[in-house]
Design a protein around this ligand. Structure first.
Ligand code: FAD
Length: 329
């Protein structure tokens, strides 16, 4: 097997998903070590413009894999198409973004291609002329380094690779092949748009954000009261709270939620998983309250408070109610 690097172009409604460029940057970092060529693979019903766009923006050649009458993403069809195209372009490496779609495809691709898979990759460096992939383990408390040899599927962690825009964009050649996926067991019955992100959250100057560490649903009232002390504020939360129905999804911060950039972000009982950090990275000042002194969120915090979130918020509220001098952001 050759060692060309195929980057899977994720797209939605005719637009390239930004995470694709992070996967591309990850591929560029592998190329620095292996000197392999990069090719962008776009699968779908209509791929011409997407291929031209990705080639122009990245300066890499692109190949479109057309699946006739495939109106929406179908993991089974995409998997078969990518395996087919990977054979044609002699891909030894496949880079995908760690989005819902990328996580759907990556491990299956590796299994079907018979190559290793490394997910949640945050950094790549060289050792003995081979790429080493760095990722977080145990909810961010441990960093692991993995060498997977000369071939593999690499899933880049969203928010970890910064795309280095090329200065002179130019299309570097586009090929197109047609692929018939055959009988599919997966049928997409329908898709619907999620609730739009809460504009209040995107514009809030202060966000008091709750995680599983607040322990009880009733404590959200406490979180709301603390938020209420600040003008232009909002409450928000981590994904488990939304999954459990404690908060609406429009208030979820993170990779699959809202990206926020407040003056002050207070993380209450949030561990600091990468998927959450991606969403709050733009915050100007971060206060983290967590009972575990080793919680990864403290690596992102300007002020860390090692305490039970409920007790701290209760005391803070009581003190604030006594004083008229609540800090204005
Ligand atoms: C594809 C994908 C997308 C995802 N997208 C998102 C996303 O958009 N947003 C998101 O948030 N997550 C997302 N996740 C989930 C993410 O990986 C984490 O599981 C999630 O962020 C953890 O939420 P948490 O910090 O509230 O809970 P936990 O990880 O369970 O952490 C709870 C924290 O509370 C602390 N704690 C416990 N008791 C107390 C106490 N009494 N007082 C104070 N602290 C206490 C603990 O020490 C711990 O650090 C995604 C995951 C995947 C796979």
């Amino acid at each position: 097997m050759n060692d060309r690097i195929a980057v899977i172009v994720e797209h939605e409604s005719g637009r390239i998903a930004p995470a694709t460029f992070e996967a591309l940057q990850c591929a560029i970092e592998i190329r620095r070590i292996t000197s392999s060529e990069i090719i962008c693979l776009t699968v779908g019903e209509k791929v011409d413009e997407l291929c031209a766009d990705v080639s122009e923006l990245s300066g890499m050649p692109a190949m479109g894999v057309v699946i006739p009458e495939l109106h929406t993403y179908n993991g089974e069809a995409f998997l078969r198409a990518i395996i087919f195209a990977a054979g044609i372009v002699d891909a030894g490496w496949v880079c995908v973004a760690g989005t819902t779609q990328g996580l759907d495809l990556g491990p299956g691709l590796a299994a079907r291609l018979g190559i290793p898979c490394v997910s949640a990759v945050e950094r790549v460096y060289e050792k003995d002329s081979k790429p080493v992939f760095v990722k977080k383990l145990f909810n961010g408390k441990v960093t692991g380094e993995f060498c997977i040899g000369n071939h593999g599927v690499v899933i880049s962690q969203p928010g970890c690779f910064t795309w280095e825009k090329i200065s002179t964009p130019a299309c570097r050649g586009v090929d197109k092949i047609r692929f018939e996926p055959g009988l599919l067991r997966t049928r997409v019955l329908g898709t619907s748009l999620a609730e739009p992100a809460d504009s209040g959250l995107a514009e809030a100057a202060v966000i008091i954000s709750a995680g599983r560490g607040i322990k009880r649903r009733e404590n959200l009232e406490l979180v709301s009261k603390v938020a209420g002390l600040f003008p232009n504020s909002s409450i928000a939360g981590s994904r488990p709270l939304c999954d459990d129905g404690w908060l609406p999804y429009r208030l979820q911060v993170g990779q699959t939620g809202a990206l926020v950039a407040p003056e002050l972000y207070v993380a209450c009982g949030i561990s600091g998983a990468q998927q959450h950090l991606v969403g709050m990275r733009g915050s100007k000042f971060v206060v983290a309250i967590n009972s575990d002194p080793l919680a990864p969120i403290f690596n992102q915090a300007d002020i860390g408070i090692v305490e039970d979130a409920e007790s701290f918020l209760t005391d803070f509220l009581r003190l604030a109610m006594k004083s008229d001098d609540v800090a204005q952001p």
